[in-house]
Design a protein around this ligand. Structure first.
Ligand SMILES: Cc1ncc(COP(=O)(O)O)c(C=O)c1O
Length: 362
């Protein structure tokens, strides 16, 4: 299909073409039901099957067993910023936050509404261009949990090796890098992610939670805010976002067919290397925002010699069918988001465009 462009937007983001084609092929008549998936009641066998398969696929891809549940919720990752402290930060405990960008700052701000918090490390100095070293992290006395953001979408930084703090529950916002490469998911008590970057369309938020965290969610908070409610009802306590969960499941099937997380991780390294090498070999024409040891495989952030050139770059790239490259205002410059569904060909095209742009303007 040659009228597809290369979409480098940070999210909602590009989706696998095979998935879109499958959706299209069964849109009018889902599995001989005589209706579209968009019209199906969630209290039916076809939807229950989708929901169950999506949970199983997610656990399989993460290598998790029966001691975890996968919930499909609404409200975006932003709602999780509040739901997490509502469920776990009661009774005078303290929650520790490691600040690596605006999204972790927002998570902290919400937690402050519900209890005591402690900043265990921050790399705000230097505009979040790196991930803290382990020796910079100072936990509070007995944190009820530690919260991290595994990939910082705006700054283009990512934890290369994810931390672990022994028996202290570890919680991660993985909105922009879930399933991007292999990692020890069993080190986490809770992982959450809005789907619209690496998992599917917007409208569903995935929460992967260890079962022991479902045991005593406070009864004083609303049923919709308690993880326990959604786990007991297999994410169908209220009407779920049927279409988003259906598509998410197709993306998970696609990922399995690609060879799973290990294979996609290798491809993501190959893709990121194409662009980072171009930056590093440009003699300073392109300057990366992130420190080299904190570089993200998912979002590549870079500057040009001046803002005028940055504007021209984004405009001309768009004319060359490379869209969504304008950076976030808090970093400026350019950002190429290259989630799992972005092809090697897309990154190769970006590399060639960058080299040619430098030749003309350098
Ligand atoms: C790391 C991270 N966390 C949270 C969010 C907010 O997600 P949502 O829009 O689903 O609330 C984003 C959005 O870009 C993000 O990149």
């Amino acid at each position: 299909m040659n009228n597809r462009i290369f979409n480098f937007n940070a999210g909602p983001a590009t989706l696998p073409l095979e998935v879109l084609q499958e959706v299209q092929s069964e849109l009018l008549n889902y599995k001989q039901t005589g209706m579209s998936i968009l019209e199906i009641s969630h209290r039916t066998k076809p939807y229950e099957a989708i929901n169950a398969e999506a949970e199983a696929n997610m656990k399989e891809l993460l290598g998790l067993g029966d001691n975890y549940r996968v919930l499909f919720l609404q409200g975006g990752a932003s709602t999780q910023f509040a739901t997490i402290p509502m469920n776990f930060l009661a009774d005078g405990g303290t929650a520790d936050y490691i600040l690596t960008g605006v999204w972790s700052e927002k998570a902290l701000k919400e937690a402050k509404l519900f209890g005591n918090t402690h900043v265990a490390a921050t790399t705000a100095d230097g505009n979040y261009k790196r991930i803290p070293r382990m020796d910079e992290i100072q936990l509070s006395d007995k944190p009820v949990y530690v919260h991290i953001t595994s990939n910082n979408t705006i700054y283009g930084t990512q934890w290369d090796e994810l931390p672990s703090f022994g028996s202290v529950p570890l919680i991660a916002d993985m909105s922009s890098d879930i399933l991007n490469k292999p990692f020890a998911a069993e080190n986490f008590s809770l992982i959450y992610a809005g789907a619209q970057k690496n998992l599917g369309p917007s409208g569903v938020t995935v929460v992967i939670i260890r079962k022991d965290l479902l045991e005593d969610n406070p009864k004083t908070i609303s049923a919709m805010m308690r993880y326990e409610t959604h786990a007991k009802n297999d994410s169908m306590y209220n009407t779920p976002p049927v279409f988003s969960v259906y598509m998410l499941n197709l993306v998970l099937r696609w990922l399995k067919a690609q060879g799973g997380v290990k294979a996609i991780g290798e491809r993501n390294i190959q893709k990121a290397t194409l662009v980072y090498d171009t930056i590093d070999q440009s003699g300073g024409f392109y300057r990366g925002h992130a420190d080299k040891d904190s570089r993200s495989l998912m979002n590549v952030t870079f500057r040009l010699p001046n803002e005028e050139l940055e504007k021209t770059f984004a405009k001309e790239a768009e004319q060359a069918s490379l869209i969504g490259l304008k950076g976030h205002r808090s970093v400026g410059g350019l950002r190429a988001s290259m989630y799992n569904a972005m092809s090697v060909a897309g990154c190769q095209a970006l590399k060639e465009f960058m080299i040619e742009f430098q030749r003309k303007n350098g």
